[in-house]
Design a protein around this ligand. Structure first.
Ligand code: ARG
Length: 573
């Protein structure tokens, strides 16, 4: 894939008499890259070779010298302490990277890993009885990035929203509406009115536990098909769906399938039949369960198919949805993006289906993520302390508008740019952290134009767009880039060459944060390049044309990467 890295690996593994895979695994960009473009750290080899790391490095460098001198791709090999440093032929390397980027065009970074295979991605899936809070953003933003990364790498993606339109929250809403709701007010303004009813119910229930029965009895009536309850429930679900779709419009998120839990409640008998046929369904206190075990054979919490009331469960509705998706899409991979508190659930679902002989369940994975707190306070909807996503987005846009007014008062379309930057800042903050980490969110931090933030990436991209605008001519895609010999240019090129590998890892680990950290590094190198070498004022026209190619390639990868994360890329800001 990268002939220069292959050459280093071949040369060093021959010199060290080590397997190529071991060398490839260890090869890295050295801490001081003035001495080497890539380096082999010898610490871990000390044990195997029974010599000290510095001695090993010296021996390998010496053994590799002749081969390096003969190689057109490599320029120099040298030991520095415990590292074997290798310098590449700079012009040849940069030329190779630039041609690879040019030839792949806007598809640069993809190696068509998906080969048209199908992946279904279940993400966002909010509970519609509750308002779209910032807590929902995590699944939405991470899932959307996983979707885009897969699609870019050649997967056929099916984005599924398995929204929650069933269960206790709806009982609470039904009760609150009938106890305190004002029909006309709710009809005129459903989302905020339902929200305040929901919050009131959860506040009052602490002092008045009898309210629980109000909610439970209505839920039972709903399950029994009571006309009044069904009609109200439909109204709530429709309002919730409309609201969710409005938010997805703001975020630019699209789903290929929009089916709620309620759509699968009717499949309960099929699910039960499957487990009964396999001899796995068992009565327990009136409920129907499937017993499950961990690797050591210890029993874990069972998977409940049917409650003692005879109704479907969150588990059975999910099982029905899995069977449906398998039939409908025959997926090669299915990813569930939910918070890590649901890890046990997915273990239960996968194991239950495996026991029933559904071997395709091996293709299902759970991509869990950590909790988000807002300035240290955990986000809870029920307590009314919830932070509405749209409020956060509005604030982010407003703050961005202020920054733009100060930094670039003459910017055309300032409002639209503020919108794009504000929203992307919030999205970036969400996807840039390692998925499983708990994160704490602060608007000031995520909007810092100089920090490791979305606005910083967008600013760098816009800066590069501005260079190209001021250049005012078409980029010469054939310009000879072998004239690029500066370290700053080498750093950018090396970073560009790493993009396909980063995407590959992000895809296989469902980890968009790899792309986020990568973009920060690329942006840092891009800004250094601009500060350290003259681009538009380069004297030699050949050098200028080559640098413009490098600028254009870098701008393109920044744009691709940000788009994959679900961000916007304004050309001016
Ligand atoms: N509605 C659930 C929640 O808000 C997430 C559903 C995830 N998807 C699924 N198929 N269970 O936590």
């Amino acid at each position: 894939m990268n002939p220069f890295l292959d050459e280093i690996v071949a040369t060093l593994s021959a010199a060290a008499q080590l397997p190529a895979e071991d060398v490839a695994e260890l090869l890295a960009v050295p801490p001081d890259d003035t001495l080497g473009d890539y380096a082999l750290p010898c610490f871990t080899l000390a044990k195997v070779l029974r010599k000290n790391p510095a001695q090993i490095a010296t021996d390998i460098a010496q053994a590799a010298t002749a081969a390096v001198e003969a190689s057109p791709q490599l320029a120099q090999v040298q030991a520095a302490g415990p590292y074997v440093n290798v310098l590449l032929d700079r012009g040849a390397f940069i030329g190779w990277v630039m041609d690879a980027v040019r030839d792949a065009g806007s598809g640069y970074g993809s190696q068509n890993q998906g080969e048209g295979r199908t992946v279904t991605i279940d993400f966002s899936s909010p509970n519609l009885a509750r308002p779209f809070s910032i807590a929902h953003l995590r699944s939405t933003a991470i899932g959307h990035a996983i979707y885009r990364i897969h699609a870019f790498l050649g997967w056929k993606c099916v984005g599924i929203n398995h929204y929650g339109d069933y269960g206790a929250n709806f009982g609470q809403l039904l009760a609150a509406y009938q106890l305190w709701g004002d029909e006309a007010q709710v009809a005129a303004n459903p989302v905020p009115e339902l929200l305040s009813l929901y919050v009131r119910f959860n506040d009052e229930v602490e002092e008045k536990p009898e309210l629980r029965e109000e909610s439970r009895s209505r839920l039972r009536r709903l399950a029994d098909g009571d006309e009044e309850m069904v009609k109200l429930w439909r109204f709530f679900v429709d309002a919730g769906r409309k609201e969710a779709e409005r938010i997805y419009g703001i975020l630019g998120v699209h789903f290929d399938e929009f089916k709620g839990e309620g759509d699968f409640a009717g499949d309960l008998d099929d699910v039960i039949a499957l487990f009964e046929k396999a001899g796995l369904a068992e009565e327990s206190d009136g409920a129907l369960i499937v017993r499950l075990h961990d690797e050591e054979g210890e029993e874990i919490a069972p998977c409940m198919l049917r409650t003692s009331n005879g109704t479907s469960t969150y588990h059975s509705r999910d099982l029905a949805a899995m069977l449906y998706r398998q039939r409908q899409y025959d997926f090669d991979k299915m990813v569930y993006v939910t918070d890590s508190r649901q890890a046990l659930r997915f273990r239960q679902l996968f194991q239950a289906l495996a026991k029933a002989g559904m071997s395709w369940v091996d293709r299902c994975e759970h991509a869990p993520f950590g909790m988000m707190s807002f300035k240290g306070e955990a986000l809870s909807t029920r307590k009314g302390r919830m932070i509405i996503l749209e409020d956060v987005l509005d604030q982010a846009i407003e703050l961005t508008r202020g920054v733009i007014a100060e930094k670039n008062p003459d910017l055309a379309e300032a409002d639209e740019v503020a919108r794009q930057v504000g929203i992307s800042a919030v999205v970036y903050a969400d996807v840039s952290n390692r998925r499983t980490r708990d994160i704490s969110f602060s608007l000031e931090e995520v909007l810092n134009f100089d920090g490791e933030t979305g606005p910083y990436l967008q600013y760098t991209h816009a800066r590069y767009c501005s260079i190209l605008r001021r250049y005012g001519q078409a980029v010469d895609a054939q310009a000879d880039t072998a004239v690029l010999q500066e370290l700053a240019e080498m750093r950018v090129a090396r970073c560009l060459s790493a993009f396909p590998g980063v995407l590959s890892r992000a895809e296989s680990e469902n980890e968009p944060s790899y792309v986020a950290s990568y973009l920060i590094e690329l942006a840092a190198q891009a800004n250094k390049l601009y500060n350290e070498v003259p681009v538009l004022i380069a004297e030699d026209p050949a050098v200028k044309a080559a640098r413009i190619r490098l600028v254009d390639a870098t701008r393109g990868v920044l744009q691709t990467g940000m788009t994959l994360l679900g961000m916007n890329c304004p050309e001016e800001m």
